[in-house]
Design a protein around this ligand. Structure first.
Ligand code: S3P
Length: 433
């Protein structure tokens, strides 16, 4: 067990450069592996989840070089992967599992996927249903709709899938399988989820389009593809990682922090909108675009926050930031209501439960609901011993809570931050804790 002690601090100053986006890093390895030619990836996130993706593709014959300044993926083409010698280990990574299942459904060899205890308890029926209806042969080895998954070769045909959830992982699994299918494939989701797969597939030469409907639903289309072509990818900073430092500067009195290289793709930027709704002082110092992805440097100053309501189409744009937002809400003035967020229950932990447990331990007034939580902001939290439940986002959100709390906070099993942000604590130390 690894315990990290966090003490309250005075003012956070200086600047932080945000590491690469986890979603884009995963996709750059996956698409690079099934493209022809070499894909060069800079600012790749070397977190445990993305390393799981690298390991899976290496074990299917892809040469992936980790250089000091970049990752080189020597792609095998759409049909060039080879059968792995044993089970592919997906670790803690839901993104690896669900997206790779789309690719593996189109291969002419069988594979088995398995991960850690958390991963093997997360729902996989959400991808098995659409992929099997395309002609894939995916079974849950323990017959519980969870991994380990066995994927046998199948002939794929395009479908239109009406997804019951706004999930980029489900959408991406179906679109990736669509590359291998006969006929076009499309996915309609109840609200637009992150669109990195669509943007990147386009960059790699696939024929992809998205329709945004007036009722808030969205449909992504993909055509079957002969080949993809290797690309140069500069991964923007992960807004989900930036959220911790933005929140830290907002919550700790006297702070003024420059947060550099924050990905601002509109399908991910809900956290920034909610911060503004809560009264945050965040100034965009510069903004650039590359490969369809925006990135910005943000100057964040300590602010008095007020409660807000977060619901509906906004939820998919900040789903991973909700633990951090809940902590901010506890420090704010007034009530915050988070609803339409039942997806929180199927993340690395049930985050309605794990956020509630942590905030209650720190003395917050929080009521869990079936699809979110209600928090009565009291302006302060008390330091406490907090279980991370091995969930990286719980560990990081409560570490930030500890910076602004009264007294000392301990984070139990804090090493789980390695999943998405291995330098998290080193970076906190740099800016003055
Ligand atoms: C991800 C999508 C989200 C998010 C996860 C990464 C992705 O999951 O929670 O951390 O890279 O596609 P869902 O799309 O299932 O909501």
């Amino acid at each position: 067990m690894n315990v990290r002690t966090i003490r309250p601090v005075k003012g956070l100053k200086g600047e932080v450069t945000i590491p690469g986006d986890k979603s884009i890093s995963h996709r750059s390895i996956m698409l690079g592996s099934i493209a022809l030619g070499t894909t060069e990836i800079t600012h790749f996130l070397e977190g445990a989840d993305c390393l799981s993706t690298i390991d899976c593709f290496r074990r299917m014959g892809v040469e992936i070089e980790r250089k000091p300044s970049c990752i080189l993926v020597h792609g095998k083409g759409l049909r060039g992967l080879t059968a792995p010698a044993s089970t592919l280990n997906v670790g803690n990574s839901g993104t690896t599992t669900r997206l790779i299942s789309g690719i593996l459904s189109g291969q002419n060899f069988a594979t088995t996927l398995s991960g850690d205890a958390s991963l093997n308890s997360r729902p996989m029926k959400r991808i098995m249903t659409p992929l099997n209806s395309m002609g894939a042969h995916i079974t849950s080895l323990n017959d519980n709709d969870c991994a380990p998954l066995r994927i046998e070769p199948g002939e794929l045909h395009g479908i239109h899938y009406q997804s019951p959830v706004a999930s980029a992982q489900v959408k991406s699994a179906v679109l990736l399988a669509g590359l291998y299918a006969e006929g076009p494939t499309s996915v309609t989701e109840p609200a637009l989820s992150r669109n990195h797969t669509e943007l990147m597939l386009q960059g790699f030469g696939a024929c992809v389009a998205t329709d945004l409907h007036t009722d808030g639903t969205a449909t992504a289309h993909v055509e079957p593809c002969k080949e993809l072509f290797g690309q140069q990818i500069c991964v923007p900073g992960d807004i989900s990682s930036a959220a911790y430092f933005i929140a830290a500067a907002l919550l700790v009195p006297g702070s003024e922090l420059l947060v550099r290289n924050v990905g601002t793709n509109f399908t991910r930027a809900g956290f920034l909108k909610v911060c503004k709704d809560m009264g945050a002082d965040i100034e965009t110092v510069s903004q650039t675009f590359e490969g369809g992805e925006g990135r910005a440097d943000l100057l964040v100053r300590h602010s008095r926050l007020k409660g807000t309501v977060i619901e509906g189409d906004t939820i998919p744009t900040l789903i991973d930031e909700i633990p951090m937002i809940a902590v901010m809400a506890a420090f704010a003035e007034g009530q915050t209501v988070i609803k339409d967020a039942a997806e929180l229950k199927v993340k690395e932990t049930n985050r309605i439960d794990t956020v509630t447990a942590g905030l209650k331990t720190m003395g917050a007034d929080i009521t869990p609901t079936d699809d979110g939580m209600i928090i009565e902001g009291t302006g302060h939290l008390g330091g406490a011993s907090i279980q991370s439940y091995l969930d990286h986002r719980i560990a990081m959100a409560f570490s930030i809570a500890g910076l602004a709390a009264d007294g000392e906070t301990q984070i139990i099993d804090s090493q789980c931050v390695d999943v998405s942000y291995p330098e998290f604590y080193a970076t906190l130390n740099l800016i003055g804790i």
